[in-house]
Design a protein around this ligand. Structure first.
Ligand SMILES: *Cc1c(COP(=O)(O)O)cnc(C)c1O
Length: 366
């Protein structure tokens, strides 16, 4: 039985009628840019995440870039982040000619280690960007208190964590800004690119609204240099429908993760950690194994997908080597050499999970 990493067709089929109608309505209405669905979607996301403002933009990468511009980050400023993430987190730092300072991660959560963050702070440090990797919230209580004590900005990369929370407080509502992605395969996925910045700050929200739309508050009055980075009205209409189901999508991801945990628990591999008090939303289900090549190959032979997120930490990537302070980061390097992500999506069924885990069992115990 063929099993992909994600199956976007099933979600479309389930909501087809509503989604088709929403797209048709936008086409008939013809307000394609910054129309009513964009406004409503921003309000609905702000309500869902418990923030005062949500400003949509063209992608998660742009959300990160715009958030650094909104803070007026300057060339040479240092931004502390994790090397175990998608490249976009650090690319955004380079777009404003700031220096990414990579620090090591916690082996259990895959997220940035607050102790390592503390040790990396210098007089040039302007912000910290934790990533809630794979849907597991980073240790926000500790990071927030570090940032408050030092007067440093906290920007959350929530591209993989829409709907995740710590004791009920949503990711994207902890820092000065939270950056979200609606890339199709993310937990809340559009039918194309899309992004969002959430914030409690009225002044940051105002700056972000200008930055995403040519530096303009009033048409043809350009106060600052801005960009063309807007969420399409069609995408907003689609996302408004999917947002109503995000709780159920995420709970189904959690169901899949729990089934995996149960079926893998006696095997010599490490299943993902869910820190006490956190609501992990399992954008990925990622195990650690010294046998990952054998597992990957056996699954591939059975037409079952699996993927290595991420094979090379960013401090070892050519794009970032010269621009970053680059110590050795042993935990990140270890995790990159042992991680393997298994198929996960809300519609993945018990029987499919059993097939996947019995293949892994065979590889490890035969
Ligand atoms: C997907 C992703 C991004 C970028 O989002 P896009 O919408 O694809 O630009 C940034 N950070 C992380 C951790 C991501 O997974």
């Amino acid at each position: 039985m063929k099993i992909p990493m994600v199956d976007l067709a099933m979600q479309y089929q389930a909501l087809k009628h509503e989604l088709d109608n929403a797209v048709l309505e936008v086409m008939q209405d013809t307000r394609f840019i910054l129309g009513p669905n964009v406004n409503l979607f921003e309000q609905e996301v702000a309500d869902y995440l418990g923030v005062s403002h949500a400003i949509s933009c063209a992608s998660g990468t742009d959300a990160l870039h715009l958030s650094l511009l909104a803070l007026d980050i300057q060339p040479g400023d240092e931004i502390i982040t994790t090397p175990f993430t998608f490249a976009a987190t650090a690319e955004a730092i380079r777009y404003v000619n700031a220096t990414p300072v990579f620090v090591d991660i916690d082996e259990r959560t895959f997220n940035i280690d607050p102790q390592a963050v503390s040790e990396a702070i210098t007089t040039k440090t302007r912000a910290i960007i934790p990533v809630h990797l794979f849907g597991q919230p980073a240790d926000m209580q500790t990071l927030l208190s570090i940032c408050e004590a030092k007067g440093i900005n906290l920007i959350e990369d929530c591209a993989q964590s829409f709907g995740a929370h710590i004791d009920g407080r949503m990711t994207g509502s902890w820092g000065q800004m939270g950056c979200h992605s609606f890339f199709p395969s993310k937990n809340l996925g559009a039918f194309g690119d899309g992004g969002m910045i959430t914030t409690h700050s009225e002044s940051l929200a105002e700056r972000l609204r200008m930055l995403r739309n040519h530096g303009s508050r009033v048409r043809y009055q350009h106060e600052i240099i801005g960009y063309n980075s807007r969420l399409d009205e069609i995408q907003a209409a689609i996302l408004r429908i999917k947002l109503k189901h995000i709780g159920s999508f995420n709970n189904n991801r959690r169901r899949v993760a729990n089934t995996y945990n149960e079926l893998l628990k006696d095997l010599p591999l490490t299943t993902p950690d869910e820190t006490k008090g956190t609501h992990h939303v399992y954008h990925q289900y990622t195990i650690l194994s010294s046998q990952r090549e054998r597992i990957l190959n056996a699954l591939q032979d059975a037409d079952i997908a699996s993927a290595i997120y991420y094979p090379v930490p960013l401090h070892r990537q050519p794009a970032f080597v010269s621009a970053s302070r680059m110590p050795s980061l042993p935990t990140s390097e270890y995790v990159c050499e042992h991680c393997l992500s298994l198929p996960i999506y809300p519609e993945l069924e018990e029987l499919q999970i059993q097939e996947i885990t019995s293949m892994i069992r065979k590889v490890l115990l035969d």
